[in-house]
Write a protein that binds this ligand. Structure first.
Ligand SMILES: NC(=O)c1ccc[n+]([C@@H]2O[C@H](COP(=O)([O-])OP(=O)(O)OC[C@H]3O[C@@H](n4cnc5c(N)ncnc54)[C@H](OP(=O)(O)O)[C@@H]3O)[C@@H](O)[C@H]2O)c1
Length: 278
């Protein structure tokens, strides 16, 4: 029987690459997007495109119903991937802007996850993979909202893995560092829309940050293509012993070690510098 996989955020970047990559490996892929033109493009390319916006609970429910109806209630795997980064210093983030970051990156993921678990329980197996980030492992300046959302995903996922032990449902985290996608472009949009750059005490740092996000400064030497995430997803979905965590990119490997071995004060010195240079 064909293995089935639901991936969110397939309009671009990691989600798109993983959707096509897993289809090429023989999986039946349900790929979600929000815009009509993206849904049409994904369908035309042979994927089963489904509308899902994490910010709309009714669309999460409708997506799960649509997938379940198409597969006679079976779903082998879920890859929670769709998300965005809201830049800005914490003191410039309103309650509403922070809430929106969590609505998409955390509550939407939780909602979708808990709705697919009953399908997996009924069939006695399943894989849930969460696309977290190196920023789910360490914090950086000007990224507090996104940092907090990924730290929340780490906490929820670690708990879920413990709770689902013995159920046949495996839970993994992927921790990418910098990956080529539309992520920076979208973050810039959210930065300009929601942060009062000109009147902030951080104006100077923001102007530098804006140049980074708009790609005016030098590219990161550690940045990898989204295929690097696909490679880990393949292991998480197809290996008989999926890992709890998969690190992608050198910065993730380095930060994962540093946060274990360094005292907080020493780690802060490194993260302070890294925040402005990345
Ligand atoms: N790129 C990196 O350097 C990097 C590093 C670490 C982790 N990640 C993680 O990788 C994942 C994918 O990001 P990416 O790099 O591929 O960026 P991307 O190219 O910007 O893709 C983000 C995807 O998420 C979707 N999305 C945004 N808001 C959504 C919502 N409310 N409901 C459903 N989908 C939504 C976007 O859809 P629309 O086109 O409709 O907005 C898009 O398909 C994210 O979880 C991100 O945190 C990325």
């Amino acid at each position: 029987m064909e293995r089935t996989l639901l991936i969110t955020g397939c309009s671009s970047g990691i989600g798109e690459t993983c959707a096509f990559g897993m289809k090429a490996r023989g999986w039946r892929v349900f790929a979600t997007a929000r815009r009509e033109e993206d849904l049409e493009r994904l369908s035309a390319a042979g994927l089963e495109a489904v509308y899902l916006d994490y910010d709309e609970p009714e669309s999460v429910e409708a997506c799960v119903s649509q997938v379940a109806a198409a597969t006679h209630g079976r779903l082998d795997a879920l890859f929670n991937n769709g998300a965005y980064g809201q830049p800005g210093a914490l003191e410039d983030l309103t309650r509403d802007v922070l809430r929106r970051q969590f609505e998409t990156n955390v509550f939407g993921w939780h909602d979708l996850t808990r709705q697919v678990i009953p399908l997996m329980r009924a069939q006695g197996h399943g894989r849930i993979v969460q696309n977290s980030s190196v920023l789910g492992l360490v914090a950086m300046k000007w990224r507090g909202a996104y940092n907090a959302s990924k730290f929340a995903i780490e906490g929820l996922t670690d708990t879920l893995r413990l709770e689902l032990r013995g159920s046949g449902i495996h839970v993994s985290l992927i921790e990418p560092g910098p990956v080529y996608s539309k992520f920076m472009e979208t973050a810039l949009k959210h930065f300009e829309e929601n942060i009062d750059i000109e009147h902030s005490p951080y104006r100077e740092q923001y102007l530098a940050r804006r140049r980074k996000l708009s790609g005016e400064s030098r590219p990161s030497p550690f940045k990898l293509p989204p295929e690097a995430v696909l490679k880990k997803l393949v292991h998480a979905l197809e290996s008989p012993r999926p890992k709890p965590r998969y690190f992608v990119t050198l910065p993730t490997h380095i930060m994962a070690v540093l946060r274990r071995v360094l005292p907080t004060r020493a780690l802060d010195i490194i993260l302070d510098k890294a925040s402005d240079s990345n």
